[in-house]
Design a protein around this ligand. Structure first.
Ligand code: ADP
Ligand code: ADP
Length: 234
């Protein structure tokens, strides 16, 4: 059974009397452990799709099932709980807490899972080491480069071992070299524990890291192919 199932998903925004069809009709299945890239130009509907998958917005029609749970039907409270237990996020602008150290940022998702302080710190430390920031654990976001901040973002997304990680333009603010490093790291993390990784991007360059490339145009999937030029896991 696929870990992600999108069925007949449609989203129409209404602004006054105007209608914008952001997603026409999306059907998509993603298997556990897959690294899937959703590729499309600006305005094609990628963020809308990701927001539906994360349960952040309600669709006009259709379902988005994660591990068999239709997140479009959950109440805010249940959704928050479901996300904390099952989903990690990596953002374009990192979304780290500015007042907190790298260690505190990475430990954050574990607080929701009732992990003790000592264990949180231990696991956050290990994660930061794994992303190459073992010597930056007390740095705050403003004291780190974009690439370093995104490594912290990746450590935070994976620390609680979510089944699924969503990454929205994760390299959008990074230069080419850092982009490649960050992508390799993120895919390596996902492969290690057979976690499912869904990357949304407009950048065809980063799709080389995925098992599969789903291309969206005007709110419709116009191609869905296994990646033949895949970079093997390190
Ligand atoms: P992408 O992420 O691929 O750039 P989006 O999903 O952000 O595309 O947008 C798809 C379409 O939906 C665009 O035409 C955009 O203008 C429109 N759209 C997105 N969000 C909203 C919103 N909150 N209200 C109205 N229209 C929106
Ligand atoms: P931007 O592309 O403007 O930098 P981000 O990549 O930071 O934006 O965020 C992308 C999307 O993730 C946004 O649509 C936002 O609503 C959503 N988002 C922001 N914070 C969270 C959160 N804590 N959990 C889930 N989704 C979030």
């Amino acid at each position: 059974k696929p870990i992600i199932e999108v069925k007949n998903l449609r989203k129409v925004y209404r602004i006054g009397t105007e209608k914008v069809v952001a997603l026409q009709k999306i059907d998509l299945e993603i298997q556990k452990g897959e690294v899937c890239c959703i590729l499309g130009t600006s305005g094609s509907g990628k963020s809308t799709l990701l927001n539906m998958l994360a349960g952040l917005e309600k669709p006009t029609r259709g379902q988005a099932l994660l591990s068999g749970v239709d997140v479009t039907q959950l109440s805010e409270r249940k959704l928050a709980k479901f996300r904390q237990r099952n989903v990690g996020f990596v953002f374009q602008s990192y979304n780290l807490m500015g007042g907190l150290t790298a260690l505190e940022n990475v430990a954050m998702p574990l607080t929701y899972q009732g992990v003790s302080r000592a264990k949180r710190n231990k696991r956050a430390r290990a994660m930061l080491k794994a992303v190459g920031l073992g010597n930056r654990i007390y740095h705050k976001p403003t004291q780190m480069s974009g690439g370093q901040q995104q490594r912290v973002g990746i450590a935070r997304a994976f620390v609680a071992k979510p089944k699924i990680v969503f990454a929205d333009e994760p390299t959008g603010n990074l230069d080419t070299k850092t982009t490649m490093e960050v992508m390799e790291l993120m895919v390596k993390m996902a492969r290690k524990n057979n976690q499912t990784l869904v990357i949304v991007t407009h950048d065809p360059e980063i799709s080389v890291f995925a098992d599969r490339i789903v291309h969206i145009t005007d709110g419709l999937i116009d191609s869905d192919k296994p990646n033949v030029s895949i970079v093997p896991p390190l």
